[in-house]
Design a binder for this molecule. Sequence first.
Ligand code: HEC
Ligand code: HEC
Length: 380
Amino acid sequence: MNGSHRNFCFAVCGTLLSHTLAISGASAQSEPPKAPAEVPARPRLAEEEFKNVQALKGIPAEQVIPSMQFIAASLGVECEYCHVAHANDKDDKKPKVTARKMINMMMAINKDNFEGRHEVTCFSCHRGSAKPVGTPIISDEGPRPRAEEGKKPEETKAALPAAEQLLDKYLAAVGGAEALQKITSRVQKGTLTAFGGQHFPAEIYSKAPDKRFSVMHLLGGESVTAFDGKQGWLSVPGRVHMMSATENAAAHIDADLCLPAHLKTLYQEFRVNAGDKIDGHETYMVVGQTEGQLPLHLYLDKETGLLLRLIRYAETPLGRNPTQIDYADYRDANGVKMPFRWTLARPGNRFTIQIEQVQQNVPVDDAKFVPPPASATAKP
Ligand code: HEC
Ligand code: HEC
């Protein structure tokens, strides 16, 4: 398996990608990770695991790759823009040296002006380009008042429905809580499409209330994303990554067979905004928020009430990495409506799964949801 295929394996592992595993080069340079059973209460620090960390000293080691993903997405570049392949510790590319100064600058800006909150990030200035534009651009159209952008006049706050009403409508649209609770297991078979049209077989096994095992049969072998109700993991041949707390929270949402019925209980408060138009459908955006946690954005079809898009975030020491899942092709299966197609997208990577066959309330072996032995995680 060459580098890009390995990246690909991890990139499409399922609805959850561990950026830690996204890049083979990262582990090639680091010490083998400790088995989870031996992990001490204090997480391993970046400087303990990587050779040449200066600006990011003190952050947990598992946050280094997500931070790098954030940088690459903010500047619209690949890792190679700053790194020599398989030698991420080397400082021989000028942009890397500049980037280190930029990290220090960014942290100083936030410390001095925003009490350390991540208000200014690489993206604030770079906006997807290596060279930020510092001069205002003269646009062809005249200036427009900000409030009018993308909003119809009738969509003022007052005209928006209550979040509770929208979440109820979504629940009813998928068949209601009672119908959802009758689904005890689900086996889905379909095709994953990524990489400009390459196809691979995919299977997803779910068991109520919240166990999920998804496997993609890629060129280099099986790529698994799984959650046993508490702990999730990702694996490709020879490597296993146990999910972090944030990853587990996201995996839990993906694994919940009754999610539409549970949404209201997941967040302290919800607010409603006008949503984007998705695939020709007008939407409302419902944002779920809990103090001290990252928000969840749900885009609900104005007409049908169905969930068309979900956006969640993972915090890194430099800023938030977004994950967007678009749901489509809703069909009825045993009295519940479920999406037969979804597209998972992150900056720089996207794949679609189209389900071709669904069986529900069939036996699913519990052995599928048993995490791999701890020793497997120590493999390089
Ligand atoms: C814009 C430049 C830039 C890009 C793009 C970038 N990095 Fe980095 N990377 C850095 C800098 C700067 C450091 C050192 C940070 C420090 O001093 O704490 C670093 C450090 C690292 C390290 C630690 C190396 C060691 O052993 O000390 C790894 C691993 C790494 N990067 C991986 C990646 C990966 C994977 C990508 C692509 C997703 C990536 N980087 C993209 C600038 C970049
Ligand atoms: C306050 C605005 C601002 C922030 C925040 C910022 N940058 Fe920059 N960055 C700039 C400017 C301005 C330049 C100079 C561009 C030029 O020389 O044309 C630059 C240049 C760079 C370059 C050199 C590009 C090249 O190839 O010449 C890199 C790499 C870079 N920034 C990385 C980062 C990273 C990584 C972050 C986040 C940790 C970041 N920047 C945050 C404003 C910013």
